[in-house]
Design a protein around this ligand. Structure first.
Ligand code: SF4
Ligand code: MG
Length: 322
């Protein structure tokens, strides 16, 4: 494949009244064209901050303090706001969990879909309306002409998320970042939205970065998976490696907490304990307070990367021979 995105050793920090907090700690990964990488972990693990770092939408007290982000080989982590806006209008799009907050309630769907087409693609109003209708069709919205004249509150949650995907696609992005896009939706609608994302990824040969806490979503869409815990990458691999041969105790815990629809007696096994806060000082492995396999070295020294295959890596001392 052709490399679309490279994230190299990024550290993202927040300035707060309590001092400097690290939300992303030396995280590296890459994404190929036409590939879906899922970043998975509990809420607060740094997965959303990682994606906001890439797209240049960190809150004003947040900053990438080291590392590099390359899009098609070009550094984008230090671009001025104006240049970053162009990237967001032309190359990288993002969709979020709650489309109601991303759509403007007082503007019609038609207005919101044609505006970016007129600004970024320099289309005339007529062309932008035609293109908007075509995009709504592509995301499976029935009666798109009628929808163009409606307001967000007149649409269901699933239809609003389809509209957001249509708007995200309007710039022909090379990269689509989707942060928990189906979390607020019921299971049937969720499956439809994931199908649309999969289909569009193939059709447009996009890279997709999917942020989720849900291993069920991962199973539906991922080619590769990166698991994060407390700001760190803990494991990365092809989807079959992560599901069939998970190595990190945290990954195993996430997989065990997925309900099994084929086995009604299956008991959820949530990982005991909770994610540490960003300012908590933890020596050694950041998971050791919740890990039932923790040994002495885990409390003292951070585990390095252990390679299990060309595509599968884990950061856990269980792979070391000490
Ligand atoms: Fe558990 Fe140690 Fe592995 Fe951390 S390094 S996950 S504490 S076994
Ligand atoms: Mg989040």
């Amino acid at each position: 494949g052709e490399t679309l995105l490279e994230v190299k050793n990024i550290v993202t920090e927040f300035r707060t009244a309590d001092g400097q907090l690290s939300a992303v700690r030396d995280v590296s990964f890459s994404l190929q064209k036409g590939e879906t990488l899922c970043i998975v972990g509990e809420s607060g693990c740094g997965k959303s901050i990682t994606s906001l770092s890439i797209i240049g939408l960190l809150p004003s007290n947040g900053k990438i303090t080291s590392g590099e982000i390359l899009y098609e080989g070009k550094a984008i982590h230090q671009l001025p706001a104006q240049k970053m806006r162009q990237i967001r209008g032309n190359k990288i799009s993002m969709i979020f969990q709650e489309p109601m907050t991303a759509l403007n309630p007082v503007l019609t769907i038609g207005y919101q879909i044609r505006e970016p087409l007129m600004i970024h693609q320099k289309l005339s109003k007529r062309e932008a309306i035609d293109k908007g209708i075509e995009l709504l069709k592509q995301v499976g919205i029935p009666y798109p002409e009628k929808r163009m004249n409606q307001y967000p509150h007149e649409l269901s949650g699933g239809m609003r998320q389809r509209v957001m995907i249509a708007i995200a696609l309007s710039c022909n992005p090379g990269l689509l970042i989707a942060d928990e896009p189906t979390t607020a939706l019921d299971v049937t609608i969720q499956a439809q939205i994931l199908d649309i994302i999969n289909r569009l990824k193939d059709e447009f040969h996009m890279g997709v970065l999917m942020i989720t806490h849900d291993m069920g979503v991962v199973a539906e869409v991922a080619d590769r998976v990166m698991v994060m815990y407390a700001g760190k990458k803990v494991e990365e691999g092809k989807v079959e490696e992560i599901f069939d041969k998970p190595k990190h105790p945290y990954t195993i815990g996430l997989l065990n907490s997925v309900p099994n629809v084929d086995d009604p007696d299956f008991e959820l096994e949530p990982i005991p304990g909770s994610l540490p806060s960003l300012d908590e000082q933890i020596s050694g492995c950041r998971f050791h307070l919740r890990c039932k396999f923790a040994k002495d070295i885990c409390r003292i020294q951070e585990p390095p990367e252990f390679k299990l295959s060309d595509s599968h890596q884990v950061f856990c001392w269980l792979e070391g021979d000490n």
